[in-house]
Design a binder for this molecule. Structure first.
Ligand SMILES: Nc1ncnc2c1ncn2[C@@H]1O[C@H](COP(=O)(O)OP(=O)(O)OP(=O)(O)O)[C@@H](O)[C@H]1O
Length: 310
């Protein structure tokens, strides 16, 4: 669907994106993460054909963006970080305007506007001026505007910044539906890790303009070697049991925590099952257990470091 080949963008002597290569396959939802100033918006603007790369190539559906700009731009829907709407116009008039920019008119334009309003659940409010809308509703109009021309690739740049949890939930559900039910390929940038975890099957972490990590959450976690936490309750749970557990293969550390064993396991898909089985073989039959993988936030901080960026 999309291929970035060694793309760079410099502003004077400053390199915002630095020889970054990345592939996005049709139908996937890719989470684009990075600290403030990492280069995400610059990257998104280049993919959307708004900003020209200083060097490198962008291919969309196998074609070079520079050579087929108009045709390829029509395949892309972009929801920019800043809300871009006409406040004095109604939601419907805004959408008709954006639709006309894509060459839509007449009954087809009306049909697409109706459909886009329905997707973002704003049909009932379509005749109200955007100036009277909440931040969440404006975001939804922005998303509707990006869908009018039926893009196959939808890029959302922090679409849930500054809005309440209800609106965030609604936006996330809308994007999920578009991806899972209609097969729209999604690139989603956000600082909200739980949104990316829910929506995206793959993650790309950008830092200092470079691709710092890429893959599924599990694969990145395994590459970083971040442990899983397995907490086990035993009928008898003391220093002897802790020692036995600490010596099991795949157990990095074992400690007693509130009458239970807290075990840090080397990351693998079968880590928890293997450890529970090994404990049982040693005669330590778990009465209860809980399991936690490293959170996306832990993974992200591990890749990019904990220091503030601005
Ligand atoms: N027009 C410009 N001129 C000069 N520098 C720029 C320009 N646009 C962006 N930059 C710089 O390029 C770097 C990357 O900016 P960009 O907006 O792409 O980051 P980002 O990852 O989207 O950050 P955020 O999460 O804060 O939105 C920043 O240091 C920014 O100051």
């Amino acid at each position: 669907m999309l291929e970035l080949i060694e793309i760079s963008k410099t502003y004077g002597s400053y390199t915002a994106v630095d020889r970054l290569s990345l592939k996005v396959v049709p139908g996937e939802a890719l989470g684009l993460l990075g600290p403030n100033g990492a280069g995400k918006s610059t990257l998104v603007s280049m993919i959307a054909g708004i900003l020209a790369p200083t060097s490198g190539r962008i291919r969309i559906a196998g074609q070079e963006l520079t050579r087929h700009t108009k045709e390829l731009k029509a395949k892309i829907g972009i929801v920019p970080q800043d809300i871009a709407l006409y406040e004095a116009l109604t939601a419907r008039d805004n959408l008709e305007f954006f639709g006309s920019l894509y060459g839509l008119s007449g009954p087809l334009l009306k049909e697409r506007v109706r459909e886009a309003l329905d997707i973002v659940s704003l049909t009932d409010r379509q005749n109200e001026d955007v100036s009277s809308f909440s931040g969440g509703m404006k975001r939804r109009v922005n998303i509707a505007a990006s869908l009018i021309h039926h893009p196959s690739l939808l890029i959302l740049d922090e679409p849930t910044v500054g809005i309440d949890p209800q609106s965030r939930h609604q936006i996330l559900e809308t994007v999920k539906r578009l991806n899972r039910e209609q097969g729209v390929t999604v690139i989603y940038t956000s600082h909200y890790m739980e949104e990316v975890e829910q929506l995206c099957s793959r993650i790309a972490v950008v830092d200092h303009g470079r691709l710092a990590a890429e893959g599924t959450k599990q694969a990145i976690q395994a590459r970083l070697g971040l442990p899983h936490l397995l907490t086990v309750g035993l009928a008898e749970c003391g220093p002897a049991e802790r020692e036995l557990a600490a010596a099991l293969p795949g157990v990095r550390s074992a400690e007693l925590r509130e009458g239970r064993l807290a075990l840090l396991l080397a990351p693998s898909e079968t880590a928890a099952a293997d450890t529970l089985e090994a404990l049982a073989r040693k005669g330590l039959k778990p009465t209860r257990f809980s399991f936690e993988e490293a959170s996306l936030e832990q993974i992200f901080l591990n890749i990019t470091g904990g220091a503030p960026r601005d």
